[in-house]
Structures are given as C-alpha cells and as structure tokens.
Design a protein around this ligand. Sequence first.
Ligand SMILES: Cc1ncc(COP(=O)(O)O)c(C=O)c1O
Length: 376
Amino acid sequence: MSSVAQPVPDSRGRYGPYGGRYVPETLMAPLEELEQAYAYAQADPKFRTELDSLLHNFAGRPTPLQFASRLTEHLGGPRIYLKREDLLHTGAHKINNCLGQGLLITRMGKSRVIAEKDMERQRLNVFRMRLLGAEVIGVDSGSRTLKDAINEAMRDWVTNVHTSHYLLGSVLGAHPYPQIVRDFQKVIGEEARTQILQAEGRLPDHLIACVGGGSNSIGLFHAFLGDAPVKMLGVEAGGRGKSLGEHAARLAAASGFTGARPGVLQGTYTYLLQTSDGQISTTHSVSAGLDYPGVGPEHAWLAEQRRAEYTAVSDDEAIQAAKTLAHIEGIIPALESAHAIAELIRRAPKMKKDEIVILNLSGRGDKDMETLSRYV
Ligand SMILES: Cc1ncc(COP(=O)(O)O)c(C=O)c1O
C-alpha cells in the first residue's frame, strides 16, 4: 500500500484529477476571498489559539479515545477503540468545522450564515436551530433531500454574496471548501494518534469511519496518511440494495454497488451516482447524513490510489449495529456512525486478536430516536 506522495490539494484545489472549482462566475470572487482569508488565518497564531480555546471550552475537546472492552470481548477479534466525537457539544464532529468556519467569517466581516439540513429526518436538529435563533426554510424543489437543500443554499449565497457565507458542513463543494473542512476536522486524527500511542505504544492497524460527504472520515484518516501500515476503511450507505437509487455508495463499486462515475456536482469533480445519461440519481439511506449522491474529492483520490478502501453496509445492518453498541457498550450511536460499527462487526472475526482498530464514533443517536424507535 502506497502513501500519498504529493501534498493535496494542489494550488487549483485538485486531488489528483478530482476537486477543483466549477461554479458560476458570481461565486468565483467569494471563493477566492474565502481562500485568501483562510490563508491569512492559517498564518496567524492568534486564529489557532482562539479556535483551540473554543474547541476546548465550548465544544469539549479533546474527545476521549475509549477502549471498548466489552465490544472487543463480544466480537472476539481485535482491540477496539472508539474516538468519542459523539460526546462533543451538539453531539457530533460537525461542530469542529462550524467553529472553524464561524471564526473565519467573523474575521471576514460577514454577518449572515447559510447552511443546509435534511429537515424531515433531522427534525430535532431543525428545532434546535430555531431555538438558537436561526431562520429555517423548507425546500420543495427536486427530490426534496439534502442535495436539493444544498442547491437552494447555493442559490441564496449567489443572491446575498456580499453579506453571507455558505457554511458547508462536509468536504464537498468547490475549492477551498474540501480543504478547509478537512483542516478543521483533522484534529480528530491528530488527537487519536497521540492517544493510541499513549494507550498502546504503537499505531493502530485499522481506522474505520462512515462516509457521507467524508468529513469525519478524512478528519480521522488525515494524521495517519503518511503511515503506510495503517489501513483505512470508509463505510458508505448500502441502503436497501445494490442497484441505482437504492443506496448512496459512491466508492464501493468493488462490493457490487452500481451507478457511480466521475462528474461535476455542486462545484466539484468527483464520483457521483448518476444515470447512464448523466442525470444525478436519487439515493437512499436510513441515515440522513449519508444520503447524498456525491463524495468528497479527496476520498475519490484516496480510493483511486488504493490508500483507503471503501465499502458499504445496508440500512438493516446499520440499525442492528446501533442496537448492538447500545446493548454492549451503553452508547447509542448516530445512524451514520452505526454504518462504521456494522462494518467492524462484519470484519472483526477475521482480524487477529492483537490488531488494533480505531473507529470514529462521529455522533450520538439523539437525532435518530424517531427512526430507531421504529426498529426496537
Ligand atoms: C453524526 C454524523 N456522522 C457522519 C455524518 C456524515 O458526514 P461526513 O461524511 O461529512 O462526516 C453526518 C452528517 O450529517 C453526521 O451527522
């Protein structure tokens, strides 16, 4: 297995052939402005100090790396560690990026922030957003899922570009978003690396994380990319079946999932689920955060280089895995994270007892209670 030789992205925001900036002319200037503001912030130690303070005092970093002794015993395979991003304020890794971009845009003097959500399945989060003072507008266009909400958010951004910032929540979209979001999430892997060296005196054999847009997984993987023996496994949504429309598996073609080819969506060139004539396909997953036809361009590049492996698990396996973790470890995971657990359950019996796995528990299950209640 080779390690990534070149720093990515390159100056044009490319990860190999993937990534880039495919946007209407009106968005070129704000993206360049964002890129420049980010470069200034990176060079300013005060920015890092302020962000570290927020991550620590407001969000609760560092998160624990918990040795899951009962799950380890239950599965009878490798030593399993859980990176507990579910313990963060608001319940998921997403806050790492929100705080980073939030701090960046206060420096840019922008006063209005646009974001997107799957309103139906993230109902509890939508209620929380309203409680925090956000205006939440429903989208009636297209398939009325996350992809359409992103389209509307981009439309609003084009209209209000001077006052507004589009806070993209994953490693998606036009350059510099995939890089900025990755950089704000890479703290996950940096902490995990230090913590596992402290706990075990050596690096892990496997990293496992679910992949929606790909931010929690790249956040875990990034600090280990140069460590060739560390295997990385991204888990996508296998939904109800392997044919197009039934899943959201963009990189798991090796497992028989069909319909993914490179193309351009929402500003970036990456693997997309599309019909034979190039229309973006509908997708399905029990988990809202994995239900999206595209994947972050850096993952497309890691997959192509075989630096990371990508697979998918079904809705049923994910639900079953959520129940297993709840019963065995007393932790109710987000349905997104449950996909990673399902893949671990599948693979653990084939792993050696002295192998070490770090699994990113990207979020807690509170937001999924309504969905989960239908299965218990
Ligand atoms: C808890 C949780 N995990 C994972 C994801 C998937 O996103 P990403 O692949 O960017 O980490 C989401 C998205 O909403 C989420 O809420």
